[in-house]
Design a protein around this ligand. Structure first.
Ligand code: ATP
Ligand code: MG
Length: 210
C-alpha cells in the first residue's frame, strides 16, 4: 500500500513572504519527512485590523514567485481565493481525509493557537510543528500546546513588518527576501507608497490564523 501524502501547511499574510518563512518550511520538510510544503497566503485576516494589507493579488504573486521552481514547495490559494476570513479548521477539513497534515507555525503564532476557533479539532486533524522565533519563548510553547513538536532551527530575526519598514524607508532588505520577490516589490513600489500609519504591527501579532 502507498503511504499517505504528508503535507505541511505554512500560512501567513506574506506581506511580503521572506526567507525565514522559506527556511521554516524547509526545516519542517526535512524534520518531519514531509512530501510537500504548501505556502498558503491568507485572505483577509480577522485579527489584523491595524493596517491595510497589500492587495491579495500582489501577496499571492510574491508567494508564487518565492516558491516557483523549488522542489516540494507549492503555493496554495484556497484561503486567499475566498472572500473574507477563513478558519484554519475549515482549511484543514478541505483536504482529503487520508492526507496527513502538519501546520508549521512560528513560536509567536503557536502561542496563540489555544484562542483559535475549534482549536481542539485543529490539533486533532493536523500535527503541529513549531519553529523558534526571537521574542517568543519556545518553552512556553511546549506548555501551551503540549502536542506541538518544536523543531531545531536557528531563530531568525526577520519579519514582514521589518521588511516593509526597510523598503518604505529606502534601506537595504534585498537579502531578506528572494531575488524575484525583491524585484517584484521594487518594480511595483509596493512598500514605498505606504502611509506612515501602515507601519505599525509587531512580530508578535497572531493575526493570520484562527
Ligand atoms: P508580520 O510582521 O506582518 O506579522 P511575519 O513576518 O510575522 O509578518 P506572517 O505572515 O505574519 O509573517 O507569519 C506567517 C507564519 O510564519 C507565522 O506562523 C509566523 O510565526 C511565521 N514566521 C514569520 N517570520 C518568522 C521568523 N522569523 N521565524 C519563525 N517563524 C516566522
Ligand atoms: Mg506575523
Amino acid at each position: 500500500m502507498l503511504a499517505n501524502v504528508r503535507t505541511g501547511i505554512l500560512g501567513g499574510t506574506f506581506d511580503p513572504i521572506h526567507i525565514a518563512h522559506l527556511h521554516a518550511g524547509e526545516t519542517a520538510l526535512f524534520a518531519a519527512e514531509l512530501d510537500r510544503v504548501l505556502f498558503m497566503p491568507a485572505g483577509e485576516p480577522w485579527q489584523k485590523g491595524e493596517r491595510d494589507l497589500t492587495p491579495a493579488a500582489q501577496r499571492r504573486e510574491m508567494t508564487r514567485l518565492a516558491v516557483a521552481g523549488i522542489d516540494r514547495f507549492e503555493i496554495d490559494g484556497r484561503e486567499i481565493d475566498r472572500d473574507g476570513p477563513t478558519y484554519t479548521i475549515d482549511t484543514l477539513l478541505s483536504f482529503p481525509s487520508d492526507e496527513e497534515l502538519f501546520l508549521i507555525l512560528g513560536a509567536d503564532a503557536a502561542l496563540g493557537l489555544p484562542s483559535w476557533y475549534r482549536w481542539e479539532a485543529v490539533v486533532e486533524r493536523a500535527g503541529i510543528l513549531v519553529v523558534p522565533r526571537p521574542g517568543s519563548d519556545v518553552a512556553a510553547v511546549a506548555k501551551t500546546v503540549p502536542v506541538a513538536t518544536v523543531l531545531d532551527m536557528s531563530a531568525l530575526d526577520i519579519s514582514s513588518t521589518s521588511v516593509r519598514a526597510l523598503a518604505a524607508s529606502g534601506r537595504p532588505y534585498r537579502f531578506l527576501v528572494t531575488p524575484e520577490v525583491h524585484w517584484f516589490i521594487e518594480s511595483n513600489g509596493i512598500y514605498t507608497q505606504m502611509r506612515a500609519g501602515d507601519m505599525v504591527g509587531s512580530a508578535n501579532d497572531q493575526e493570520e490564523s484562527s
